[in-house]
Ligand binder design. Structure first.
Ligand code: FDA
Length: 304
């Protein structure tokens, strides 16, 4: 209920401004965002590395509406790939196609992504395409498939959201292609016509899709902080004799660090999604919406 309300309000500029102000003042933003620049995020990535945990760096930003801005974002991702190489970080990158112009010029978006993928090949790195709202799911998958065919699954991967009805079919097809898939529950406001409204159905679908991915020849990234989902994936992998090298658990910076460390201690591959940049408001609102306690914590600290 609160999640739906917050995600609805996230479209309202005054609300986002208020939440951003409160987030900054309470220090809550710093919990989820590693810094304004790549340089500020470097110590975070190094700290994870020292515990054997990998990262994926995300330059915050989405819903770009101008070509010059989309090109600038692509340029900043090229710098990020170079920075990862210069600082010798154990990190891939994650990006959103609406950052690169998907919504107003898919060809420009392809061109931007192609440039980034060429750099990923050069630096032997990997690019994960985040999944956004259902209005761009098909387009995102189309661009992904086209460029994965061109560059190969070792350089580019995609995200699938368990809350969408369509995801089982998408996973089936992507598994046939040997895709590298990150599975998450889904963080956007979606109507009942496209997404399961009940959490129990989303969870059931998550476990089913995770099994399909783990059993496939592609790489599976199980992105959740839900211990039930994690226990299920672990048990399924053990039962099927699936090697630990063919999957990893992924979590967000600022969420369940204890679980990140304990999974790593148990010998599993773990990667943390580390966002940085100045355009953090929509990302931050989604994190608040996921857990009402975050909102309460922020408000309490605001008046302290
Ligand atoms: P669930 O929401 O059931 O939470 C399980 C438990 O985790 C909670 O009880 C709480 O303890 C903890 N928790 C979860 N979220 C928290 C938060 N914000 N603050 C504090 N505690 C929290 N979504 C999307 O639509 N497109 C994408 O590309 C991605 N990418 C992505 C990458 C990675 C690495 C992760 C981990 C997640 C995403 N997501 C995403 C977000 C995802 O869809 C989902 O919204 C969140 O992961 C929360 O769902 P859980 O699976 O953790 O389960």
């Amino acid at each position: 209920m609160l999640r739906t309300m917050m995600l609805k309000m996230a479209r309202n500029e005054s609300f986002t401004d208020l939440v951003s102000f409160a987030g900054r003042k309470s220090g809550m933003v710093d919990r989820f965002v590693a810094g304004k620049t790549l340089e500020e995020a470097v110590p975070v990535v190094r700290e994870f590395s020292s515990h054997g945990i990998r990262s994926t760096l995300d330059l915050l930003g989405e819903g770009v509406t101008r070509a010059d801005e989309a090109r600038e974002m692509a340029g900043r991702y090229l710098q990020a790939l170079q920075g990862i190489d210069d600082f010798e970080l154990d990190s891939t990158i994650s990006l959103k196609l609406t950052q690169l112009g998907l919504e107003f010029d898919p060809d420009l978006c392809r061109e931007n992504l192609r440039n980034i993928l060429q750099a990923a090949v050069e630096y032997e790195n990997f690019v994960r395409i985040d999944m956004e709202s259902s209005s761009v799911t098909q387009l995102t998958l189309d661009v992904y498939r086209e460029l994965a065919a061109e560059f190969g699954n070792q350089y580019v991967g995609i995200v699938i959201q368990a809350y969408l009805y369509r995801s089982e079919k998408d996973v089936e097809e992507l598994c046939r292609l040997g895709s590298n898939i990150r599975l998450c529950k889904g963080a956007y406001m979606e109507p009942e016509s496209v997404a399961f409204p009940r959490k129990s159905d989303v969870d059931r679908n998550f476990t089913r899709l995770a099994e399909m991915m783990l059993a496939s020849k592609g790489f599976a990234a199980i992105a959740t902080h839900d211990e039930k989902m994690i226990r299920h994936a672990r048990a399924f992998a053990a039962q099927q004799g699936i090697p630990e090298s063919s999957f990893e658990f992924q979590m967000l910076y600022g969420v369940r660090r204890d679980l990140q460390y304990s999974l790593r201690e148990d010998g599993f591959n773990v990667r943390v999604y580390v966002p940085f940049g100045t355009q953090w408001a929509p990302y931050y609102v989604r994190r608040l919406a996921e857990r009402p306690a975050n909102m309460v914590f922020m408000m309490k600290n605001l008046f302290r």
